[in-house]
Unconditional design. Structure first.
Length: 103
């Protein structure tokens, strides 16, 4: 059973992220809640601190994991509302925002 991404996969993720302007992260890259399998997630998310752009962590588990791994500095915005954040990015109506006046 695969529990974490390996060094070459980490390098490929980091290289791909280097050319982005926005990163929207929702979840780990393996079983990162177990410290034995957290290095892949830590390496990739830690690289965001060196990559220019706007980085969002969405979801309570994602926010906690980023905090636990010490990589929150790579994010400009951390949301504990993972499902709502994904729906917002998809352009779906959010009940909490739908009731607010447009003005």
């Amino acid at each position: 059973m695969v529990q974490d991404i390996g060094p070459s996969t980490r390098a490929r993720f980091i290289e791909a992220l280097g050319g982005t302007k926005t990163v929207f992260w929702n979840g780990p890259l393996g079983r990162a809640e177990d410290p034995r399998f957290a290095e892949g997630t830590r390496a990739v998310l830690g690289s965001l601190q060196r990559i220019e752009g706007y980085h969002v962590a969405a979801g309570g588990d994602s926010a906690r994991l980023a905090q636990d791994l010490g990589v929150t500095g790579g994010f400009q915005f951390v949301s504990t509302g993972g499902g709502a954040a994904l729906e917002f990015v998809e352009g779906l109506a959010l009940p909490g925002l739908a009731v607010l006046p447009d003005e």
